[in-house]
Design a protein around this ligand. Structure first.
Ligand SMILES: Cc1cc2nc3c(=O)[nH]c(=O)nc-3n(C[C@H](O)[C@H](O)[C@H](O)COP(=O)(O)OP(=O)(O)OC[C@H]3O[C@@H](n4cnc5c(N)ncnc54)[C@H](O)[C@@H]3O)c2cc1C
Length: 237
């Protein structure tokens, strides 16, 4: 790694948002932060060295980076440099964006209008952590082999899915959790959000063990019904 990281002296940085977004490659509505990040400035915790890490070195993937795997707890990120496009090229085909635009009678949204529409959709579907403790999507959407998907599709013709490539298909974990009857259910003091089954919520006073027990029970049920193992998106320590 040390060979790949280069020294501070030759680079000027645009200060950007720091930290966790670059750790988990946050994404939503057809966009991922990995497509904007050019470079990361970090301090190696053990040595105190300032290092610059390129986008490619982070090995970004869906909700993944080396900061979540072999570099876990190794670096403290101090700056993230983003390169943004001057041209506005919105992704409108995700979720219910087009439906929401039609409702407001907007054909070609400005960036600000689109931002507000996505905020409104999310506020409608996701619990506010200030009101009900949660970490957003608890599980990652699994990507399965096309053959496995086709077998499942015969059993569940309405199964939502996104084609990744010729061999792989992404299936929404929230849909499978809902099919297992978990939406809005609780186990102890932890539960599954009533509007979005991908989100586990703290109903009041649940500790980590209770959330983990709920997570494991959901994993077992999804495995039993669909033969698919779903993995947490959150870090479990
Ligand atoms: C309501 C809600 C909706 C959400 N929706 C989405 C979504 O649509 N898409 C999505 O991708 N995620 C979503 N999330 C998850 C969210 O992106 C993560 O929770 C967020 O990235 C974590 O940031 P944090 O600062 O709160 O976490 P923290 O728990 O502080 O940090 C997360 C991890 O990053 C590490 N870290 C933090 N700062 C640094 C740093 N400076 N240097 C090195 N490591 C650091 C921490 O050690 C930890 O391992 C949602 C969460 C909520 C609550």
């Amino acid at each position: 790694v040390a060979q790949n990281l280069h020294g501070a002296e030759n680079l000027s940085l645009i200060p950007g948002e720091v930290g966790a977004s670059a750790v988990q490659n946050i994404g939503a509505y057809g966009a991922e932060v990995k497509d904007l990040i050019t470079e990361i400035e970090a301090i190696e915790i053990k040595t105190g060295h300032l290092v610059y890490i390129t986008n490619a070195q982070c090995e970004y993937a869906y909700r993944q980076s080396r900061f979540k795997s072999d570099w876990k707890d190794r670096f403290f990120i101090t700056h993230v440099t983003y390169r943004l496009s001057r041209n506005f090229v919105p992704h409108l085909d995700y979720g219910n964006i087009r439906g929401a635009l039609a409702e407001k009678g907007i054909a070609t949204p400005t960036p600000s209008e689109l931002r507000q529409i996505i905020i409104d959709i999310r506020n409608e579907k996701l619990p506010d952590p200030k009101v009900e403790g949660n970490a957003g999507s608890f599980f990652m959407n699994p990507i399965v082999e096309r053959g496995q998907f086709e077998v499942l599709q015969k059993l569940y013709p309405n199964m939502p899915h996104y084609i990744i490539d010729n061999e792989h298909v992404k299936i929404p974990a929230g849909w499978m959790i809902e099919q297992c009857g978990w939406k809005g259910k609780t186990m102890g003091r932890a539960g599954v959000h009533h509007k979005q089954a991908l989100v586990l919520v703290n109903k009041g006073g649940a500790d980590g063990k209770e959330v983990l027990a709920l997570c494991q029970q959901i994993q077992l049920d999804v495995q039993a019904k669909f033969g698919i193992t779903i993995h947490p998106e959150v870090n479990i320590r």
